[in-house]
Design a protein around this ligand. Structure first.
Ligand code: E4P
Length: 220
C-alpha cells in the first residue's frame, strides 16, 4: 500500500519526506486554507518536497468551472492529480478531464455506488472517507472493503485511496482490505513507528553493548 500524507504543511512534509516512505500527498480546501497561501504556490512547493502524486482540489461546484480550474491545477506540475467532489457535476468533470489525460481523484465518497460511478467516469483515484463515517456511528472500513471488491470484480483500474484515517488501526485495516493507498495526517504517520517493545528492546541492546564496548564500530 502506498502511503500518502494528508497535509499541506511544508514542515510536516519535509520531516516525513526525510524518512523516505512518503509516496504522495493529498490536500483539500480546508488544509490549503490552513496554510494561508494561494493554492498554486502551495501545491508547487509541495511538489518540490515530495516526488509523487499530489492531489489538489477544485473549489468550483459547476462542471464547466471545475474543468477550467482542474486544467489550471494540472498545469502546476506533472505530478498534480486534480481532485473533484463526488457530485453530478464532479463526475461530469471527471469524465471530461480523464478523457484529456488529466488524472482525477474523486473525493468525498461515502458509499460503494458512488465509487462505481467514479470508476465508470475514468477516475484515477477514488477517496472513501473512513473516519467521517466512523464519526456518525458507521463502520467506515467496510466501505473500503466493498469498493476494493467491486473494483476487483470488474477489473477497474481506479486506485482506492483510504482517506480520513485517524489512527494507526485505520492504516492497518486499509492495508488488510487491499486499499492501493492510505492517506493520513502527519500525527498518524508518526504514530506508526511506535511500539513499547521496540523502545525496551533497543534500550537493552545498547546496555548490553555498553558493558563490553565503549563506542560504536563507526566511531572507531
Ligand atoms: C482526503 O483526501 C481528505 O483530505 C482527508 O483524508 C479528510 O480527512 P478528515 O476527515 O480527517 O478531515
Amino acid at each position: 500500500m502506498k502511503i500518502f500524507l494528508d497535509t499541506a504543511n511544508l514542515d510536516e512534509l519535509r520531516r516525513a519526506a526525510e524518512w523516505g516512505i512518503v509516496d504522495g500527498v493529498t490536500t483539500n480546501p480546508s488544509l490549503i486554507a490552513k496554510e494561508g497561501r494561494p493554492i498554486e504556490e502551495q501545491i508547487a512547493k509541495i511538489c518540490e518536497i515530495v516526488d509523487g502524486d499530489i492531489s489538489a482540489e477544485v473549489v468550483a461546484t459547476v462542471a464547466e468551472e471545475m474543468i477550467r480550474e482542474g486544467r489550471l491545477l494540472a498545469k502546476i506540475h506533472r505530478n498534480v492529480v486534480v481532485k473533484v467532489p463526488l457530485t453530478r457535476d464532479g463526475i461530469r468533470a471527471c469524465s471530461i478531464l480523464s478523457r484529456e489525460a488529466v488524472r482525477v481523484n474523486v473525493t468525498l465518497c461515502f458509499q460503494p455506488a458512488q465509487a462505481l460511478l467514479a470508476a465508470k467516469a475514468g477516475a484515477y483515484i477514488i477517496s472513501p472517507f473512513v473516519g467521517r463515517l466512523d464519526d456518525i456511528g458507521l463502520e467506515g472500513m467496510e466501505l473500503v472493503r466493498q469498493i476494493v471488491q467491486i473494483y476487483r470484480n470488474y477489473g477497474f483500474k481506479t486506485q482506492v485511496l483510504a482517506a480520513s484515517l485517524r489512527m494507526p488501526n485505520h492504516v492497518i485495516a486499509s492495508a488488510l482490505a487491499g486499499a492501493d493507498i492510505g492517506t493520513m495526517p502527519f500525527k498518524v504517520l508518526d504514530q506508526l513507528f511506535n511500539h513499547p517493545l521496540t523502545d525496551r528492546g533497543l534500550e537493552q541492546f545498547l546496555k548490553d553493548w555498553g558493558k563490553v564496548f565503549q563506542e560504536a564500530p563507526a566511531a572507531r
